[in-house]
Ligand binder design. Structure first.
Ligand SMILES: CC(=O)N[C@H]1[C@@H](OP(=O)(O)OP(=O)(O)OC[C@H]2O[C@@H](n3ccc(=O)[nH]c3=O)[C@H](O)[C@@H]2O)O[C@H](CO)[C@@H](O)[C@@H]1O
Length: 370
């Protein structure tokens, strides 16, 4: 390893991302660090393909981009291509470490976290990881063998990191949502007012929601339900999904991505969403009734495990992706619209599981590790 020269900066670097579910918990920790100790510098390292390339410049933080190949689920040809590209990623990561001179690296998982955190650790820089899901992804599983500390969102995830200190703290939630949670109490809509449904397909949108939910809502509208829909569909899908609502009796707004999630959560009476770890953490902190539809092809089916834990606690409803667009989902929705008490109960139970302090606990520990 190249020699370490000079003093390390009081800088925490969040490494990784790819999806919002990986990146935004890192943003939440950075926001908490800034609140606890404004003298600590922060920066992000990610991939040009990841959501960080668009989201972090908007937030005004420093960002280094490293091209890292995707290996998990890439097939034999993908692995072969990836292994050829890996040395280039290593050089990219070394350059970024030299430029940023981190005092602490925190992996949030995702491909770009791998080489950067691995090389930082080999250089003797303190490193930690945050795992959002009950079953860790490939990158964090590997990094668990070299980093100094893990933070996990599910108690049972500790078993994946037996050789390092591992704190069960929950999944950090961004400040805008914590601010909303303070003083927020879900209230089911009063009789006579339209019922507002928010559809979130994870940070990238959900194909089955896009292709099947509009028809479900058109059918409910025809049966007389007074609905208003906000449907987040992912990049490049607005025209197609908007078309699906052309016969809808109520008002439907279709958007690629929602920047202000606090406003959207506050607006809705019911959320229909995937079971990504960050969406779940946010819903629990706020206490909102939600129907979870796990993405059936997530690595190790981790979304089903995430949603099962919530459904078993009575804090949300889980239905299978194959049930979307079928009578069962429509009947379930029709039943919930008639039953404000059960919505209220789901919301109340959800809130008891929220971990609003996760970001501050991790931030505090990061500052100690610098
Ligand atoms: C398909 C897949 O494998 N997805 C994974 C991905 O999350 P993915 O990004 O798909 O989903 P998550 O639910 O975890 O997170 C979404 C995040 O994006 C935000 N958001 C979403 C939509 C929008 O319009 N605006 C917005 O800001 C949400 O508020 C949330 O913070 O990483 C998560 C964390 O490792 C995993 O649990 C998910 O299973």
């Amino acid at each position: 390893m190249w020699p370490f020269s000079g003093e390390r900066a009081r800088r925490v670097v969040i490494a990784g991302g790819g999806t919002g579910g990986h990146l935004f918990p890192g943003v939440a920790v950075v926001e908490a660090i800034e609140q606890l100790d404004p003298s600590v510098d922060v920066a992000f390292v990610g991939s040009p393909r990841g959501i960080e390339a668009r989201a972090i410049p908007k937030l005004g933080y420093d960002l280094e981009l490293i091209d890292v190949p995707m290996l998990n689920g890439a097939g034999a040809a993908g692995w072969a291509r990836g292994l050829v590209q890996l040395p280039g990623s290593g050089f990219g990561a070394m350059g970024a470490i030299k430029r940023l001179n981190p005092g602490l690296v925190v992996s949030v998982g995702g491909y770009a976290a791998g080489p950067f955190t691995m090389l930082a650790s080999m250089r003797g820089i303190p490193c930690a990881l945050m795992e959002q899901n009950s079953t860790p992804g490939m990158t964090n599983r590997l990094l668990g063998k070299v980093v100094d500390q893990a933070f996990v969102s599910f108690e049972k995830t500790r078993e994946f990191f037996p050789n390092i200190p591992c704190d069960f703290v929950g999944n950090p939630v961004r400040k805008s949502l914590l601010d909303l949670a303070e003083g927020f109490e879900y209230e089911a809509p009063e009789e006579g007012r339209e019922f507002r449904i928010l559809i979130i397909g994870g940070s990238g949108g959900a194909a089955s929601f896009n292709s099947k939910l509009p028809a479900d809502f058109c059918a409910l509208g025809e049966q007389g339900a007074n609905l208003r829909i906000r449907h987040q569909c992912g990049r490049g899908r607005v025209a197609e999904v908007d078309g699906g609502y052309s016969d809808f009796a109520g008002e439907a707004e279709v958007v690629e991505f929602i920047d202000d999630m606090a406003e959207a959560y506050k607006w809705c009476d019911l959320l229909i969403c995937r079971a990504g770890a960050s969406t779940i953490a946010e819903v629990l902190v706020l206490g909102i009734p939600a129907i979870y539809v796990p993405f059936p092809h997530a690595a190790d089916d981790h979304q089903t495990k995430n949603a099962q834990a919530i459904a078993e606690a009575g804090a949300g409803i889980m239905i299978a992706d194959s049930d979307v667009g079928q009578g069962r989902a429509t009947r379930l929705l029709a039943g919930l619209l008639q039953n404000p008490i059960s919505l209220q109960n789901l919301a109340r139970k959800a809130r008891t599981l929220g971990r609003p302090d996760a970001a501050t606990i991790i931030a505090q520990k990061c500052i100690e590790m610098l």
